[in-house]
Design a protein around this ligand. Sequence first.
Ligand SMILES: *[C@@H]1O[C@H](CO)[C@@H](O)[C@H](O)[C@H]1NC(C)=O
Ligand SMILES: [Cu+2]
Length: 310
Amino acid sequence: MKVTLILPLAFAAVAYGHTIFQKVSVNGVDQGQLKGVRAPSSDYPITDVNDADIGCNKAIQFKDSNVINIPAGARVGAWWGHVIGGAQGANDPDNPIAKSHKGPTMVYLAKVPSAATADGRGLKWFKIAEDGLDTSSGTWGVDRMINSGGWQYFEMPTCVAPGNYLMRAELIALHSAYSAGGAQFYMECAQINITGGGTSTGTDLVSFPGAYQANHAGITINIYENSIPNNGGKPYTVPGPPVLKCPAGGNPAPQPAQPTTTSSTVTQPRQPASGAVLYGQCGGQGWSGPTSCAQGTCKAVNDWYSQCQP
Ligand SMILES: *[C@@H]1O[C@H](CO)[C@@H](O)[C@H](O)[C@H]1NC(C)=O
Ligand SMILES: [Cu+2]
């Protein structure tokens, strides 16, 4: 009888210790609690990859109109806490998250006309950072976030085009992921404005829901071998699209100078060698930049964003 009483308690202890992303830092400057971050008051995860709100979470309680300026190339932090405010009581062992909640951390961006007002549903997202399993040490992105006092650090890619975006910070807890539906998805979205930067508005765009499949090897997975949560020392594949790669040197190269024609019999007017770079923005509502492509073809991705695609 005692065993049947103890077991449910043991499982209950594993189930708690959830987390909420609730503030941002930019180059070491804390932007303030819940400033420009949309958060629910519940720290419960989403477990259905097809949940309509797996983009920016649901039952949002905290939402202001701040938009956080982030220079391209900045070191950005997303801060996670067990509950709103961080710790739940003194010496909370489950802040920023229970240590059992091993798994990857990720960051996505979606270009929006206005970060303060954009709907978190129906966007096209690209991944700018991910931190999975370090097989040599057996530690996960979540471990590194815990060891940094709740800060998930990443670099804002240098080639991202200036403008407003929603920034989706996510972590997946895999402690119960050995059966389908057991992985726990934690995410919130911040309202940001990228300054400087290049011309990329992303590659390998995905939707939420849509980006993840329940049977993906990084989502339904037993990470334990002999009770050690290191995936048996085997590599782990972070779900979702590949991380945006900026061209070498960061910003796309400046447009080459127009070739000087050597022929004196040319009658065609010279085509300007202008236009957006490959994967650059080439149109959309409110866009005042180039509407042709130096490379590739300009394709409408949505109403406010067209992209030069190969
Ligand atoms: C974004 O940054 C640019 C450049 O600093 C600025 O002109 C613009 O007003 C900012 N937009 C928002 C919504 O903060
Ligand atoms: Cu949890």
